[in-house]
Design a protein around this ligand. Structure first.
Ligand code: AMP
Length: 116
């Protein structure tokens, strides 16, 4: 399931370039084009799921794959001990810019606390 107008679907299809660091049957992970930290990777399901609200029971295996990819990437980025932040922006208040659900894996520097 893809959306021809979706920028992440185009990356998954190989129609747009990306700095891909991991992929498997269910997802792809590539470096964010506008990184906010030394490690800033987007973990993106191959299936076009708009946001977390569109996540269905049959997608549970995708959620598992996303979190397994996080631990693999944390190891390959050598940030598993220093730590990292996972963010999934959803909808207008969440400031989601790309309507194809994705997890931001951000690390390599200490973050400000998100709760202020
Ligand atoms: P969000 O606000 O959670 O939807 O975040 C979307 C993210 O996608 C932003 O951090 C953008 O910098 C990133 N982004 C947009 N286009 C690309 C692209 N072509 N390659 C890599 N990252 C992208």
């Amino acid at each position: 399931m893809t959306d021809p107008d979706c920028i992440f679907c185009k990356i998954i299809a190989g129609e747009l370039p990306s700095d891909t660091v991991y992929e498997d049957d269910l997802l792809i992970a590539f470096r964010d084009i506008n990184p906010v930290a030394p490690t800033h990777i987007l973990i993106v399901p191959r299936k076009h799921i708009v946001d977390n609200n569109a996540f269905s029971d049959e997608d549970a295996v995708i959620a598992g794959a996303m979190f397994l990819a996080v631990s693999k990437l944390a190891e390959s980025e050598a940030i598993q001990d220093s730590g990292y932040r996972l963010i999934m922006n959803t909808g207008p208040d969440g400031r989601q810019e790309v309507p194809h659900m994705h997890l931001h894996l951000i690390g390599g520097k200490q973050m400000q606390h998100p709760m202020g």
